[in-house]
Design a protein around this ligand. Structure first.
Ligand code: 5GP
Ligand code: MG
Length: 181
C-alpha cells in the first residue's frame, strides 16, 4: 500500500502532542475522551506520551453513508461517557474531515458541563472542512485522499497498519470481499 505517513513520523508527532498536552494541562483535572473506534491506536500511544495524571474515557461516533468512504448521518452514543462535570476534556479523534463529527461531539460533551473542551486529532483534511470549528491540536494536515491505518479503517479493515496509507482500488476491493460485505 502507498504510505502517506510513516510509523516513525507518527510516533514523533504523537510524542510532541503528548508533551504539549502535558504542559498545557499540568495541575488540571484532564480527561482524554477517545472517539470509538478510529482513535484507539492514537489514544494508546498518546496517553503513554503524557507525563501528567489524567483520566481516559470513550465516546462512540459513527456515520452511516451510502458508500464506505463518504460520511452519512451522524450518531453519537454517550452511554460509555463518565462524569465530566468541571473537568478539562480533550476530545481525541483519528481524523477531522468535514468537521461535522467534531461539532456533534462538542455538543454532546457540553451537556456534561465540563470546565473546558478542546479537540485533538491525528489528521486534518483541511480542504474538506465545512464547519467554523478547527481542531485545537493536530499532528498532520493531509490532502483530500481516503486514508487507512493507525486506527482508521475501510470496511473495518486496515486499523492495525502501523502507518497511514492510501489504499488502491484492488486493496479496497479485497477488504470488502474478504469479509463477505
Ligand atoms: P467528519 O465528520 O469530520 O467529516 O468525518 C469524521 C469521520 O469520518 C472520521 O472520524 C472517520 O471515521 C471518517 N473519515 C473521514 N475521512 C476518512 C478517511 O480518509 N479515512 C477513513 N478511514 N475514515 C475517514
Ligand atoms: Mg471516526
Amino acid at each position: 500500500m502507498k504510505v502517506l505517513i510513516t510509523e516513525a513520523e507518527i510516533q514523533e508527532r504523537v510524542c510532541g502532542l503528548g508533551a504539549c498536552l502535558s504542559e498545557k494541562y499540568a495541575g488540571r483535572p484532564l480527561t482524554v475522551l477517545g472517539v470509538l473506534t478510529g482513535s484507539i491506536v492514537l489514544l494508546a500511544d498518546l496517553i503513554r506520551a503524557t507525563s501528567i495524571p489524567l483520566r481516559v474515557a470513550l465516546i462512540e461516533a459513527s456515520s452511516y453513508g451510502e458508500t464506505r468512504t463518504e460520511p452519512g448521518e451522524l450518531t453519537i452514543n454517550i452511554g460509555l461517557v463518565p462524569d465530566l462535570k468541571d473537568r478539562d476534556v480533550v476530545i481525541l479523534d483519528d481524523i477531522f474531515d468535514t468537521g461535522n463529527t467534531m461539532v456533534g461531539l462538542y455538543d454532546a460533551v457540553q451537556s456534561f458541563e465540563p470546565a473546558s473542551v478542546q479537540s485533538a486529532v491525528l489528521l486534518w483534511k483541511t480542504d474538506r472542512t465545512v464547519v467554523d470549528l478547527q481542531p485545537d491540536h493536530f499532528c498532520f494536515q493531509i490532502p483530500d485522499e481516503f486514508v487507512v491505518g493507525y486506527g482508521l479503517d475501510y470496511n473495518d479493515e486496515f486499523r492495525n497498519l502501523p502507518f497511514i496509507g492510501i489504499p488502491n482500488e484492488e486493496e479496497m476491493h479485497e477488504a470488502v470481499k474478504g469479509q463477505g460485505g
